[in-house]
Design a protein around this ligand. Structure first.
Ligand code: ARG
Length: 273
């Protein structure tokens, strides 16, 4: 007898992606980035195309924003904004190298007819740190986004905000340390959080999957769930097995070149809710 839950994808998703045409690692703003280590840009583009194909094969829609020269990290669309109920909160990047991306993403949303757009006064790196969890918004801080973005989030989206301090520099964005799998379930790397954060997560989620060091260290948690299918880095073998035994359907991708910038599949993806 097994009591594995039936996991369902409730609706087709729309994801925004940005082709890594101008991708490089030419500065280092997180511990993964080493400008001295070569990046295969053609392979990065192939891997990125593969991710888009995976989303389409699962029945989701993919939209794209044109990449801009001189913005090598613009491929990480998750950082471009926060989008809930067609409301868009603009990003404000911590590092000068990425700051122009905020306007590029805002321009895209304006042109696409999104009318409820708010520019943020507070440093926040979009859905890299701001994670929608249905009944609440989780907001990571400590390395990039400011904790004080919570007030803007509560006011603009009208949802309670759970602030989570990140404590390990390798997991500098919340989406490198946690993935929301469905309304009641998340997987996370406990060592990336402080005690208050771990307690808050245990209170919010009925089911919490704890991920091992070796899976976190390949950014295995930088995954995207539609409630059933979980697009996950193929290097995270342990997590893949955990997802399967929890009743999810892991769908693996390899974004090895983007990992050299500290990014994975979730970083390349902004869900347009
Ligand atoms: N090189 C980028 C940075 O350090 C990677 C961003 C990854 N994005 C994410 N959502 N975790 O800002």
């Amino acid at each position: 007898m097994t009591d594995t839950k039936l996991r369902v994808c409730t609706h087709a998703r729309t994801y925004l992606m940005c082709q890594p045409e101008y991708f490089t690692v030419e500065y280092a703003i997180n511990p993964w980035m080493d400008p001295g280590r070569p990046v295969d840009v053609a392979l990065a583009n192939q891997q990125w195309q593969g991710l888009g194909e995976v989303f389409r094969s699962l029945g989701h829609r993919v939209e794209t924003i044109p990449p801009e020269p001189g913005l090598p990290d613009m491929v990480f669309a998750a950082n471009g904004a926060t989008v809930i109920d067609r409301k868009v909160l603009g990003a404000k990047f911590r590092h000068q190298e990425r700051q122009p991306e905020a306007e590029a993403y805002l321009t895209w949303f304006r042109r696409r007819g999104y009318s409820e757009i708010r520019e943020s006064a507070v440093v926040n790196e979009g859905e890299g740190d701001i994670v929608y969890a249905r009944r609440a918004i989780l907001a990571g801080y400590g390395f990039r986004s400011e904790q004080s973005v919570r007030d803007e989030l509560t006011e603009f989206f009208g949802l309670p905000v759970i602030s989570l301090r990140l404590v390990d520099p390798r997991f500098y964005h919340l989406d490198t340390a946690l993935v929301v799998l469905d309304a009641d379930t998340a997987a996370y790397y406990p060592a990336a959080f402080d005690d208050a954060g771990k307690a808050a997560l245990a209170t919010h989620f009925a089911e919490l999957i704890e991920v091992k060091d070796e899976d976190a260290e390949v950014l295995g948690l930088n995954a995207i769930s539609d409630g059933r299918n979980v697009v996950v880095p193929e290097q995270a073998a342990g997590l893949i097995a955990q997802l399967r035994s929890a009743g999810f359907e892991p769908v693996t991708v390899n974004l090895s070149e983007l990992l050299k910038a500290g990014g994975g599949p979730k970083c390349c993806t902004l869900e347009l809710r």
